[in-house]
Design a protein around this ligand. Structure first.
Ligand code: PHE
Length: 333
């Protein structure tokens, strides 16, 4: 038996096996087989040294060490090669560690709606909802808006062609959330304290402050002695809670068919006033239409533009930002 021949065989086979290992796992198996410290091919070679003649031992020992060093170097080089980042032909390095994906956040209008519910909830108002496709009864008639009222002009509303309500009349996209006042009162008895938040639709030309779809918060409180003083207090507290205590709220006489008296509500902004919605005491005709006794019950109602509040708080100059869904805009909230 020629130990030095075995050293050569070992080195050649080890070199071939190391070169053929195409993964870290495969290379590890090669390492155990050829370089394992406890058993394996290297141990076998070492035991040959013990059996060799005394004079031969120093020569063989030196050869053994050379072979071991050479195979270990081949192994180290292959291991470094296998764990190095590999650039793919596309230039995309798929071995780089992944970057954390930025998490999304809720749309600023959704956040505003949630906060409105929270604030009004603290004043005892619960949330009601109604459909966006409405009949003329809930959008107009029960709200004391007669047939010949300009608000019913087909050019000022999105009527749905070829659609018919259960009552036989046409359907339209609701132009105001006041429809929910009627739906709630038709189904419940006073005392009532609700808000309703959602989309409304009007064929307005889009510009910085107008959109053909926007959001309103409707409020309705009905009871045995609800007064206008409470309406003013609720709206003032609401505006100051959402925008800060330095916000002034002003009420101007106005007209809505479904409130009497009616007011337009403004809040202070920069050096002037910004209209935020309409309000008033529920008209006795409306109470009667839903079967309430106007001698016994009174109430107030209001309708606020949700976008306006959000724009005012965050200094957003253009209402269209809310609907174009540019992530650079959305990520700021
Ligand atoms: N619905 C009215 C509008 O959209 C606002 C309003 C609501 C006015 C409730 C009075 C009472 O302009």
């Amino acid at each position: 038996m020629d130990p030095s021949g075995q050293f050569d065989n070992y080195q050649q086979e080890a070199a071939a096996a190391i070169a053929a290992a195409d993964s870290a796992d495969a290379l590890e198996q090669v390492r155990v087989e050829f370089l394992g410290a406890k058993k394996g091919r290297l141990r076998d070679l070492q035991s040959l040294l013990g059996k060799a003649d005394k004079e031969q031992r120093p020569v063989l020992g030196k050869q053994f060490n050379e072979v071991k060093t050479a195979v270990t170097a081949l192994y180290d080089a292959r291991r470094a090669e296998l764990s190095a980042p590999r650039a793919s032909t596309s230039g995309l390095d798929i071995t780089l560690p992944g970057a954390a994906l930025p998490l999304g956040n809720r749309h600023p209008l959704t956040q505003t709606v949630e906060e409105f519910k929270d604030i009004m909830g603290r004043f005892g108002f619960t949330v009601a909802s109604g459909p966006e496709i409405e009949d003329e009864h809930h959008n107009f008639e029960a709200l004391n808006i007669p047939d010949d009222h300009p608000a019913r002009d087909p050019l000022d509303n999105f009527y749905l062609a070829a659609a018919e309500s259960a009552h036989g009349g046409p359907l339209l996209l609701r132009s105001q959330t006041s429809t929910v006042q009627i739906r709630v009162m038709e189904q419940t008895q006073p005392p009532i304290r609700i808000i309703s938040l959602g989309r409304v639709y009007r064929p307005d030309t889009m510009d910085r402050t107008h959109s053909c779809m926007f959001h309103q918060m409707e409020g309705l409180m009905v009871g045995e002695s609800v007064t206008m003083a409470e309406l003013k207090t609720v709206l003032r507290l609401f505006a100051q809670t959402y925008l800060g205590h330095d916000v002034h709220v002003r009420f101007r006489p106005s007209f809505f068919p479904f409130t009497e008296p009616s007011v337009e509500v403004d809040m202070s902004w920069r050096d002037g006033w910004l209209e935020i919605g309409g309000a008033g005491m529920v008209d006795p005709n409306v109470l009667t239409a839903v079967g309430y006794d106007p001698e016994k019950y009174s109430g107030f109602a209001f309708g606020m533009g949700v976008e306006r509040f959000c724009m005012r708080r965050h200094n957003i100059p253009d209402i269209r930002e809310f609907y174009t869904n540019d992530v650079q805009f959305l990520r700021q909230f």
